[in-house]
Design a protein around this ligand. Structure first.
Ligand code: HEM
Length: 479
């Protein structure tokens, strides 16, 4: 209701501006989107539907334009070449420093934010990069696989004991199990899992969060040297921070920020991947067949053997799942992190060089690249096998960002989502419904139009879980 009023007001303002015949202004040769309101600029309109708004601007002003949003001026870049050359940043002209600073202040509530970000970028990211690399991933992957198997074993016992399906919101199912398995893997058995409710709260209220005493409690225990069972990654990060002058609470805050980053993006991709699979029975059946065939051909049909195999083995097999995860990211990741220009420079775009001035905040519009039908045929459609055997999408698939700041946890993230999918599909028959129990097949609710960094669900959907080999009278009949 309020949104409709806001949209109507914005439309009216835009109409008035159009009547005034406002000619497009340029700064440094880049068109400037006329600001509808002082200081706020176009934030209200952008906020109601960022994807649609940026698309409209792109149609009107081209692949690069300047936009005022809540006091910040952004230079939005929307074409593949422009985004790619911005992310690759060969001249080292751009920094992500302000973004990490904002995150550590908001999520971790750190006080020495400048030092924290420097330490994160120089000392912690290389550790994450190394521990999540294909060469070292097994240290994390084995532990994660074991944890996930244990948890899903318990769910399976519960499912088998029920006369009907187990019904659970899809998002809580994914986040709870990944939170517990990945946190235990990374932070060790001391990690207090009852913090899950706090974490969900953090996810939902990231900007208004005030304190997370349970999570901070754990990290405080670590200051006393109780690192029992934590991953090499967390241990190395802790000792890297011990060498610094950071206060205890800033170390807590840094770890909390890391933990949030570790989980939240992975949850989102896992959520949408399962939702896309369950929304189309044909796609789901193809994945099921791949899992059964690959498990039979490479692991003697035994899920436990796959679980205890090196991560490189999983990486080699299950090509449809790998492609589906990449395809999900293509559809779901909307923006990569912002960049700030450290110096006057230029980047290449399809329309020629784009001049950038020192201090410009650049917004790489990844969604525009991912949704370009010239790059990805039938771009709006989820195609499970789009990336099977694909070597060419390096410049145009930007789900993990690119260049120097390419996601450091990408191999771990893909492993986690793959394991989750293999377990769920191998163990259970799964179906999605809405809150009233009406099946969702081919009619997945549209995402929240206000989604900005990632697509977000607009309403909760429910997962119905029953044993795969259950007799038909044990089924929840869905149509
Ligand atoms: C599917 C899940 C994930 C997605 C889609 C994702 C995506 C991204 C994106 C888009 C960026 C920004 C890249 C850029 O600005 O160019 C990023 C950065 C980063 N990610 Fe991930 N990420 C995921 C999981 C993870 C995990 C599990 C970890 C840790 C284990 C992680 C650690 C990082 C770090 C440390 C950076 C900062 C890199 C830098 O600035 O140098 N990510 N990620």
């Amino acid at each position: 209701m309020y949104e409709d009023i806001i949209i109507a007001l914005c439309a009216l303002l835009a109409f008035v501006l159009a009547l005034r015949g406002s000619r497009t202004k340029y700064e440094e040769g880049v068109p400037v989107v006329p600001a509808l309101l002082p200081w706020l600029g176009n934030a209200v309109w952008y906020g109601t539907n960022p994807v649609k708004y940026l698309k409209q601007c792109q149609e009107r002003y081209g692949h690069a334009f300047r936009l005022l949003l809540a006091g910040n001026r952004y230079l939005v870049v929307s074409d593949a070449l422009g985004v790619h050359s911005l992310l690759r940043d060969k001249q080292k002209a751009f920094t992500t420093f302000p973004v990490h600073r904002l995150m550590t202040k908001t999520v971790g509530r750190v006080t020495q934010d400048f030092d924290v970000v420097q330490i994160m970028m120089e000392r912690l990211f290389p550790i994450i990069n190394k521990e999540c690399s294909p060469e070292h991933l097994d240290r994390l992957a084995f532990s994660f696989n074991g944890e996930l198997s244990r948890q899903f074993g318990a769910v399976d016992d519960q499912v088998r004991a029920l006369p009907t399906s187990l019904v659970t919101p899809l998002s809580s199912f994914i986040t709870k199990h990944l939170y517990c398995a990945a946190s235990k893997t990374v932070f060790g058995p001391l990690f207090p899992f009852e913090t899950f409710a706090d974490f969900e709260y953090l996810e939902k209220n990231i900007t208004s969060l005030l304190s997370l005493s349970h999570l901070l409690y754990t990290t405080r225990a670590w200051h006393d040297g109780q690192l029992h069972g934590a991953s090499e990654m967390a241990t190395a990060m802790m000792s890297a921070m011990k060498d610094t002058q950071l206060s205890k609470s800033d170390v807590d805050g840094t770890l909390l920020t890391f933990m949030w980053g570790l989980h939240s993006n992975t949850f989102r991709i896992a959520y949408w991947f399962l939702a896309f699979l369950l929304n189309d029975r044909e796609i789901f059946d193809r994945v099921k067949e791949e899992i059964d065939t690959e498990l039979r051909d490479h692991y003697g049909g035994d899920l436990n053997r796959a679980v205890s195999s090196p991560s490189s083995s999983l990486d080699k097999h299950f090509p449809l799942i790998s492609s589906g995860i990449k395809e999900t990211m293509r559809l779901v990741v909307l923006l990569n992190s912002l960049r700030e220009a450290d110096t006057d420079t230029e980047i290449r775009t399809s329309a020629g060089p784009l001049q950038i001035r020192k201090g410009d905040i650049l917004m790489p519009n990844v969604n525009a690249v991912h949704m370009d039908d010239n790059t990805y045929e039938d771009a709006k459609t989820f195609r499970l096998d789009r990336f099977v055997g694909d070597e060419k999408s390096k410049q145009t698939h930007l789900g993990f960002g690119g260049g120097t700041h390419l996601c450091k946890g990408r191999f771990f993230a893909v492993h986690v989502i793959k394991m989750l999918t293999i377990h769920c599909v191998r163990l259970w028959d799964l179906q999605l419904t809405d809150a009233s129990g009406k099946p969702i097949v081919g009619n997945l609710p549209p995402p929240d139009p206000r989604s900005s960094g990632f697509l977000m669900p607009s309403v909760e959907v429910y997962l119905h879980i029953r044993p795969r080999d259950a007799p038909s009278n044990n089924r929840t009949v869905l149509n």
